[in-house]
Design a protein around this ligand. Structure first.
Ligand SMILES: *Cc1c(COP(=O)(O)O)cnc(C)c1O
Length: 485
């Protein structure tokens, strides 16, 4: 079958020219990654660049060459920094070279992962099967790839609400739930959990924040006490959220103990394992997440410790029927057929909010195949060892102090030359951190523990070396000294 292309199309007019451009883009991208260490971690975007990013959309074609030249000039030089070996802010993966290629290939095939009978859905199903294996979930559990831990937590909690609400929440709404539903999580729980609870119509107040012990782990006794109190007051406890590594300090709750409480009390057990689910891969630290396999639903983030390019995460739900019951809605235009394109076993749109969905499974699938799970486990162990190494360097510096125990890969510390109160130290360390970022040397982030503002290095970085940690400590001490002199 030959026919001439339509007179106007989005295909290249000159395939060879675009192919050349694409090859150049790959070369530029690989050079960028290979030499990332030689550049500053971060630098501010110049005003002139920001101004040029405010123009209107072009009305007529500018062409791929021109668009690419602008990308090279305006965008590429000012990265966030999280691909750099000395980036330890918040909690982010680095991405990988092959992961970037995988994103390209996913876009080339460009399937819609809402449903249908095509191979990409089997790839997602396999990634879900691997995820179940990672955390010790049964093979018949269900799951869904989503954009990130926030959405994964939302999906898990939506299923929990509908399964335990006691009424048909989809039909009648939350107002029909006879007694107010109460959720429990430690004070260290991630903010996205509160956003999920709010969006589910339960109200932020219904999320009980349970105190933590000196290691920032949930106080199980206090939790049990709160459950009893709420029951006595006529409220309906329905869900406990365990932290598999908290965002502030990396502490992991006693998941086994929480599972036992939930079993006894008949509560849904959700684990926010955006960080810590993958600890199950790490030979020296998998004991920290013992009990995760007893959860009803679990969140995993692939764009954190698996270093898959953003966005990629997953929610697992033990009870497949409960998961599907929370989201499936099948109008006539989505009805399945026995054979053909509209058949198939995997209709992921029935397990979440999205109908059209991208092929994010491919970059996870290719990344796991490229490196194997055990390598990721070793790299997680190495990051945790590096946190201990950094803690030791901090301890050895008279002007630096740790402000929280180092449980996994997160080190909270501050510059403290002595003779100042917390308020003054907080101000000093805030300015110190900004200067450190502006220096381009290193990029830890920050948090506040109690009244203490501190620098916070979350080492989720396969490019970091011991020298990088020493450089950080040197820079913090130097900037701190300059500030006080
Ligand atoms: C990062 C994180 C989240 C949110 O995940 P996103 O992928 O950023 O949406 C939730 N919980 C914890 C503990 C996290 O570290």
């Amino acid at each position: 079958m030959t026919s001439s292309p339509p007179p106007e199309s989005l295909d290249p007019q000159d395939w060879e020219a675009l192919r050349q451009l694409a090859h150049r883009a790959i070369d530029d991208g690989f050079d960028y990654l290979q030499h990332v260490r030689d550049r500053p971690v971060w630098q501010p975007v110049p005003e002139s660049v920001v101004a040029r990013l405010r123009g209107p959309a072009p009305r007529e074609p500018e062409g791929a060459e021109h668009a690419y030249a602008e990308f090279r000039e305006l965008v590429m030089p000012y990265p966030m920094g999280n691909i750099h070996p000395r980036f330890w802010s918040w909690f982010m993966g680095n991405g990988t070279a092959f992961g970037a290629v995988a994103d390209f290939l996913a876009a080339v095939m460009n399937p819609n992962m809402g449903g249908g009978n095509h191979v990409a859905n089997h790839v997602e199903a396999q990634v879900l099967d691997w995820s179940k294996e990672m955390v010790g979930f049964p093979a018949d559990a269900s799951g869904l790839l989503v954009s990130g831990g926030s959405v994964a937590n939302f999906v898990g909690l939506a299923v929990a609400r509908n399964a335990r609400g006691g009424v048909d929440v989809r039909e009648l709404g939350v107002a029909a739930i006879p007694r107010p539903l109460v959720t429990y999580a430690s004070v260290e729980v991630h903010s996205c959990v509160q956003k999920a609870i709010e969006s589910l119509g339960l109200g932020a107040r219904s999320l009980r924040k349970v105190p933590v012990n000196a290691d920032y782990e949930i106080d199980v006794r206090a939790l049990e006490h709160m459950i009893t109190e709420d029951r006595a007051a006529g409220r309906q406890p329905f869900c406990v959220i365990g932290n598999a590594a908290t965002i502030n300090t990396g502490a992991t709750d006693d998941l086994d103990a929480l599972a036992t409480v939930c079993e006894r009390e008949g509560l849904w057990f959700h684990v926010d394992g955006a960080i810590g689910s993958l600890l199950a891969l790490a030979p020296q630290h998998r004991h920290l997440v013992r009990g995760i396999e007893r959860a009803d639903s679990v969140t995993l983030d692939f764009h954190k410790w698996l270093h898959v390019p953003f966005e990629a995460a997953c929610v697992l739900v033990r009870d497949r029927k409960a998961h599907r019951d929370a989201f499936a809605l099948i109008p006539e235009y989505l009805e399945k057929t026995e054979r053909g394109l509209a058949s198939g076993a995997h209709w992921f749109s029935e397990y979440g909010l999205q109908l059209s969905r991208g092929f994010r499974a491919l970059k996870v699938w290719l990344t796991v195949k490229e490196h194997g799970l055990e390598r990721f486990g070793r790299l997680i162990d190495r990051n945790i060892a590096q946190a201990q190494e950094l803690a030791a360097l901090v301890d050895a510096e008279p002007t630096l102090e740790l402000v929280a125990p180092v449980r996994t890969n997160i080190v909270c510390f501050r510059f403290n030359p002595g003779g100042r109160d917390d308020a003054s130290l907080n101000e000093l360390n805030q300015e110190l951190l900004i200067r450190l970022h502006e220096s381009g040397i290193a990029a830890p982030s920050y948090t506040t523990l109690g009244e203490v503002y501190c620098l916070r290095a979350a080492i989720t970085n396969f490019r970091t070396t011991s020298d990088d940690l020493a450089l950080l400590v040197r820079a913090v001490v130097d900037i701190g000294r300059t500030l006080v002199s």
